[in-house]
Design a protein around this ligand. Sequence first.
Ligand code: GAR
Length: 207
Amino acid sequence: MLKRPRAAVFVSGGGTNLQALLDKRGNVIKSGDIVLVISNKESAFALERAKRAGVEGVYVPFDRSDPRSFEAECEKLLAEKGIDVIVLAGFMLILSAEFVEKWDHRIINVHPALIPSFCGKGFYGLRVHRAALDYGVKVTGATVHYVNAVADGGEIILQKAVDVLEGDTPEILQRRVMEQAEWELLPRALELVFERIAAERAEKSEE
Ligand code: GAR
């Protein structure tokens, strides 16, 4: 039996995208398992969601004066759990180029806009929606992409457009983008990556 692909989810906050992933295990997400959640915030509600779903959740502190120790600790946990894929789901730190290059095409991120709009350094969370409203776009959306050394610059996997409506506030728009795009795209994208890894593994085992 070939090992099923395994994912770790990195979070920093409420974890609604994590919840969407957990809820879609066994239906949308069929070809691999979510076995670890890592949070850089001790109080993140996402850790509670992991616990309720029976998935191990670990708080790994991030210290600005020693940014590499966060990644070193994560690497240790990822190796222990035999992780193949990292999902950034509302994870608010930027990983180093060195880390990201080691995990080439093995890290995916959900971004709450249609890349290449409203993305890159400084565009995260509500700031993205505030920028979209300030610009006056009539359509925004979400993107799931592979992570490379350029912030929000990796290959796009899935995108979905969402209408901006009269009277939207950043909070209202954020909720619509989550409901109509992020919570649907992220589980589908993870399944695509699991399928790709499982296929690569099967091909290797036949060599
Ligand atoms: C989501 O909208 C996610 O796309 C965004 O933060 C929110 C986290 O919500 N991520 C970024 O802006 C990363 N650049 P959640 O914790 O409820 O999933």
